[in-house]
Design a protein around this ligand. Structure first.
Ligand SMILES: Cc1cc2nc3c(=O)[nH]c(=O)nc-3n(C[C@H](O)[C@H](O)[C@H](O)COP(=O)(O)O)c2cc1C
Length: 216
């Protein structure tokens, strides 16, 4: 069982990375072979619209043809049994690196061919389980500010192309060790600390369980 875990936060030791690492631990507890990547460490852009992947002669090849530092990671993803991507929410959406990664992963595996039911034909012939972990400042009660529909868009495409896509939402994350040096009267540092001590450990556990489930 091969699992790829991708941290799409620029911070390599913060909330998203911690949740991603918990997925790694869960998957490894089921003896999965896990590889972890910090996407912001790699030099790549989103889909360059070259359409090489959509040429008829490449109808069986789901790998993006563009040569950049993402190519080897994409290759590994296509050989994996499960792919997990963790992303902070930036202005109501996934980060630009998460978006760029998913554009390349999805478009090369996708086609403009419809089957008899009107569904787009995917080049992926085996199911690859996927999951997205979203981390955000807002509380669950305020989550409508981030637009659930907006967050569900990429999950929908992952489901269509690869199969089932799970979601884990980590709300009310603590953004700074100390809030006092920063311009802020929107977030109460004490409430953030409390959430970090009570809710975040539960989210870490959920991430661990997600890793276990995907690796089974
Ligand atoms: C540029 C930027 C935009 C953000 N926009 C939002 C937002 O729209 N909604 C939200 O809930 N949190 C927002 N946040 C907060 C982050 O999503 C949240 O702190 C996240 O958990 C950070 O992940 P990290 O700790 O892994 O870096 C934003 C943070 C940054 C830096």
């Amino acid at each position: 069982m091969k699992v790829i875990v991708l941290n799409a936060s620029p911070r390599k030791r913060a909330n998203t990375a911690k949740l991603c690492k918990s997925v790694v631990e869960g998957a490894e507890s089921e003896s999965a072979e896990v590889e972890y990547f910090d996407l912001y460490s790699y030099d790549f852009k989103g889909c360059m619209s070259c359409f090489a992947c959509h040429l008829k002669k490449n109808s069986e090849n789901p790998l993006c043809f563009w040569r950049d530092e993402l190519k080897e990671i994409l290759k590994k993803c296509l050989k994996a049994d499960a792919i997990v991507i963790g992303t902070p929410i930036y202005y109501g959406s996934i980060t630009s690196y998460a978006q760029a990664f998913l554009e390349k992963l999805l478009f090369a595996a996708d086609t403009y061919v419809l089957d008899e039911d009107g569904n787009r034909v995917s080049k992926i012939k085996k199911e690859i389980k996927t999951a997205i972990i979203y981390t955000m400042n807002v509380t669950e009660e305020m989550s409508h500010f981030n637009g659930e529909d907006q967050l569900a868009i990429m999950r929908g495409y992952l489901t269509n192309i690869f199969g089932e896509c799970e979601a884990l939402y980590a709300y009310d994350t603590k953004q700074f060790k100390q809030y006092s040096p920063y311009l802020n009267n929107m977030f109460d540092p004490e409430l953030k600390q409390k959430s970090n001590e009570t809710q975040f450990p539960k989210d870490l556990k959920k991430a661990y369980e997600l890793g276990k489930r995907l690796a089974k």
